[in-house]
Design a protein around this ligand. Structure first.
Ligand code: ADP
Length: 604
C-alpha cells in the first residue's frame, strides 16, 4: 500500500457508508496505523473478468448490456481490479479480509439498484440468463466474508449505495423502518438530527455495518436489545423469482402495526430470510430502546485462567435474572494487549504463539493491570435501580479470589473502557478495529461456537481453541458473549493477508476447531463463506434432515438457482453433486465442476 498521501475517510454527509463527523479523526488515526505497517500492494488488476460457470463469456457480456439498458449504464460496473481497502472504505467486489486467495471469492460485476422495483428487475434478469447474484447491504461483514459472493463471478447487488433511507422513525412506538444501506452510524446520527433524544439504537462492536445486513446475519450488540433478530419486526422481501412479499402485519393493506407486531397471521416466515439465500430483503423494521434514564459501565478483572469456570457459573443465574442486563463481554487479556493497536512484533518476534509470561508482562503496563479475564458490563436505569444491581454483581464477582473492580474514574478518557461504555449505551464507535493491526495487512476470521453458560463448557471451548491455535503457532482473541441462556465464544484470529502460508494455517486451524467442537456437541452461530459447507455439514441430525428441508425450500423458491448459491451451505439443484462444497479437508479453490442447465423455465 502507498505510505504517503493517505486520503481522508469519506464522511456520512458525502457517502451513505461514511464516517460521522464526530469520529473523523479517529478514523484517520485508524487508517494511518493500518497503512503504516501495510506491505500488500494497494490495488490488483485482474487478468480476466471472473465469468461465472454456466454461462459463455460472450453471452455474459450481452446479458450485462441488457442489465445496463434496464438500470442505466452508471449502475452496472465490471470488476476489473481488486482494492482490499479497510473497514471504512471496504470493497464491494470481494472479501477485503480474504482467507482464500483474493481472486477466489470475487464478483464479475456490481449492480446498484435504486428501488425494490429495480431489485425485481435484477432478479428477473438473473433468471433469464442464469447468472448467480449475491446481495449485500454494505459489505462490511468482515470476518465472515465481507462483500464477497460464495460463487466466483456472481454479480454482487450492492443494495446500500442507492437504497439507504431511514424510511420511518416512530418516537411513540420506539420503532424504525430502514432500507439496506442504513448503517448503525447513519441511524444513530439521524435519530439525533431528528431530536429523538429518548431513543437508543443497539450497535455491534463497529458501527459501519448496516442494521439490515447485521440483523439478517443474526449479529448481536451490547445493550439489552442486543439480539438484533429478536428485536426486528417486519420485512419486505424480493423472492428469487421476482415477486415481492411483506411479512407479518405488512401483508395486511393499510395496517399500522407492521413494526410493532412481528408475527401477523399464519406461518411465520421471517426466519427463513436470515443467513439464507431465499430472498433479498429491501425493508426491515426494528424496535428502538427507550432511554433507560441512566447507565453505568463496570469492569472487573480476574487473575487466573482457571477463574473462567467459576466465573461463568456466577454469570449464568445473574444473566437469566437480568441482573446482568446486557450481552456481556468476557474477554481474554491478550485481546486487550492487541487493542492498543500495536503489532505483535512490538512484544514478540519469536516463532510460535506468544508465550503467556510475555502477555502478562505487557498486561502489567495496561490501565487495568495484569489479569487473565476481563468482564465489561453495564447497569441501566436511575441511580438507585442501578445500585441495587451493581451491589449484587459486586458481591458475586468478588467471590473469585483475586477479582478486582476497576474504578472508571481512574481511567483516562481515551481508555478502551470508554469505547465499551459508548457501545453498551448504543453509541456506535470504531475502536475495536485496533487489534486487526496485530499483523501487517491484518485480516481476521472468527470461530464462533455456541454453548450453555456453564463453567465446564466455557473451559472445554477455551482448551479446544488453545490447543489447536497452539498447534498452528497462532494467537487468538477469545471473547465470550453471554446472551440470555447461551453464550457464543468468538475466537478471532488475525492473519497477514499477504502471507499465503499463514492464511492456510489459519484455515486449517479453524477447520480443525469446527470438527473438534462438533464432536463435543458445539456448533457455530455464524461463519465465513469459506467455512459454511463444513459447518452446515455438522448440523446433520437424522441423516441431514435439516439440509434436505433447506434444499427443498431452495429448489421451490429459486428453481433457476440464481440467488447466492452455496450461502450457508445451501446449494441449488443445479450445483449439487459437482464438488462445490468445501469440506473439512479445506480445499483452497472455491469452485466446483460446472453447473447443470437450469430447468426450462422459471415460474415467471
Ligand atoms: P453489513 O451491512 O453488516 O456490512 P453485509 O452487507 O456484508 O453486512 O451483509 C451481511 C450478510 O447478510 C451477507 O451474507 C449478505 O449476503 C447478507 N445480506 C445483506 N443484506 C441483505 C439483504 N438485503 N437481503 C438478503 N441478504 C442480505
Amino acid at each position: 500500500m502507498a505510505k504517503s498521501g493517505i486520503t481522508p475517510t469519506p464522511q456520512l454527509g458525502e457517502k451513505h457508508n461514511g464516517i460521522p463527523a464526530r469520529l473523523f479523526d479517529k478514523a484517520g488515526h485508524a487508517k494511518s496505523s493500518i497503512w503504516d505497517i501495510a506491505t500488500k500492494p494497494e490495488e490488483k488488476k485482474l487478468k480476466k473478468i471472473a465469468i461465472p460457470q454456466g454461462i459463455e463469456e460472450t453471452k455474459f457480456f450481452e446479458a450485462l448490456e441488457d442489465l445496463k439498458n434496464q438500470l442505466g449504464p452508471e449502475n452496472v460496473e465490471l470488476v476489473e481490479k481488486l482494492v482490499d481497502g479497510w473497514y471504512m472504505e471496504n470493497p464491494n467486489t470481494h472479501d477485503g479480509m480474504h482467507i482464500l486467495d483474493d481472486e477466489e471469492l470475487v464478483a464479475s460485476a456490481v449492480v446498484y439498484p435504486g428501488s425494490t422495483a429495480d431489485v425485481q428487475k435484477i432478479v428477473l434478469w438473473a433468471n433469464k440468463y442464469r447468472i448467480p447474484i449475491f446481495p449485500i447491504s454494505i459489505g462490511r461483514n468482515f470476518g465472515y466474508g465481507g462483500a464477497a459472493p460464495r460463487v466466483r463471478g456472481s454479480v454482487v447487488i450492492d443494495l446500500g449505495r442507492r437504497m439507504n433511507k431511514v424510511l420511518d422513525i416512530n418516537p411513540d412506538d420506539c420503532t424504525c423502518l430502514v432500507e439496506p444501506g442504513v448503517t448503525f452510524f447513519a441511524l444513530y446520527e439521524e435519530i439525533q438530527r431528528r431530536g429523538h433524544k429518548h431513543l437508543w439504537i443497539d450497535v455491534p462492536d463497529l458501527g459501519g455495518g448496516s442494521v439490515m445486513g447485521n440483523t439478517l446475519d443474526r449479529g448481536v450488540g451490547y445493550t439489552p436489545y442486543g439480539d438484533h433478530w429478536t428485536f426486528h419486526s417486519g420485512l419486505e422481501v424480493v423472492l428469487p423469482t421476482g415477486e415481492v412479499i411483506r411479512t407479518g402485519m405488512g401483508a395486511l393493506p393499510n395496517n399500522n402495526s407492521w413494526q410493532i407486531f412481528p408475527y401477523g397471521f399464519g406461518p411465520y416466515s421471517d426466519g427463513i430470510f436470515t443467513q439464507s439465500n431465499f430472498g433479498i430483503v429491501t425493508k426491515l423494521g426494528m424496535a428502538l430502546m427507550p432511554d433507560p434514564g441512566g447507565y453505568e459501565s463496570y469492569l472487573y478483572t480476574f487473575q487466573k485462567e482457571e477463574d473462567l469456570a467459576p466465573l461463568v457459573e456466577i454469570i449464568r443465574p445473574l444473566r437469566i435474572a437480568n441482573i446482568l442486563e446486557n450481552v456481556a463481554q468476557l474477554r481474554h487479556v491478550l485481546e486487550q494487549v492487541a487493542c492498543s493497536g500495536k503489532p505483535r512484533s512490538t512484544y514478540w518476534k519469536g516463532e510460535g504463539a506468544i508465550p503467556d509470561h510475555v502477555i502478562h508482562e505487557v498486561a502489567k503496563t495496561l490501565s487495568h493491570g495484569d489479569c487473565t479475564w476481563l468482564y465489561y458490563g453495564m447497569a441501566y436505569g436511575p441511580k438507585e435501580i442501578r445500585q441495587y444491581k451493581l451491589d449484587i454483581i459486586h458481591k458475586e464477582f468478588m467471590k473469585i479470589p483475586g477479582a478486582r473492580r476497576i474504578d472508571p474514574t481512574t481511567l483516562p478518557k481515551n481508555d478502551y473502557f470508554w469505547s465499551r461504555d459508548r457501545i453498551a449505551a448504543g453509541i456506535p464507535d470504531l475502536e475495536e478495529l485496533a487489534w486487526v493491526n496485530w499483523h501487517p495487512n491484518g485480516g481476521h476470521i472468527a470461530f464462533s461456537p455456541v454453548s450453555p453458560v456453564r463453567g465446564p463448557d466455557a473451559t472445554a471451548l477455551w482448551k479446544l481453541a488453545k490447543t489447536r491455535c497452539g498447534q498452528y503457532g497462532l494467537e487468538f482473541f477469545p471473547t465470550y458473549c453471554v446472551g440470555m441462556r447461551e453464550m457464543h465464544l468468538i475466537v478471532e484470529i488475525v492473519f497477514d493477508r499477504n502471507n499465503p502460508t499463514m492464511r492456510q494455517n489459519v484455515d486449517k486451524c479453524i477447520r480443525a476447531m469446527i470438527d473438534d467442537a462438533a464432536k463435543a456437541g458445539y456448533g457455530e452461530y455464524r461463519t465465513h463463506l469459506a467455512l459454511m459447507d463444513q459447518i452446515a455439514g455438522t448440523y446433520n441430525w437424522n441423516n441431514n434432515a435439516l439440509m434436505r428441508f433447506n434444499e427443498k425450500l431452495k429448489d421451490c423458491l429459486d428453481p433457476a438457482g440464481i440467488l447466492a448459491p452455496g450461502k450457508s451451505g445451501v446449494w441449488p439443484a443445479r450445483y449439487r453433486g459437482r464438488g462445490w462444497e468445501i469440506g473439512k479437508e479445506g480445499r483452497q479453490s472455491s469452485e466446483g465442476d460446472g453447473v447443470a442447465p437450469a430447468p426450462g423455465s422459471t415460474r415467471l
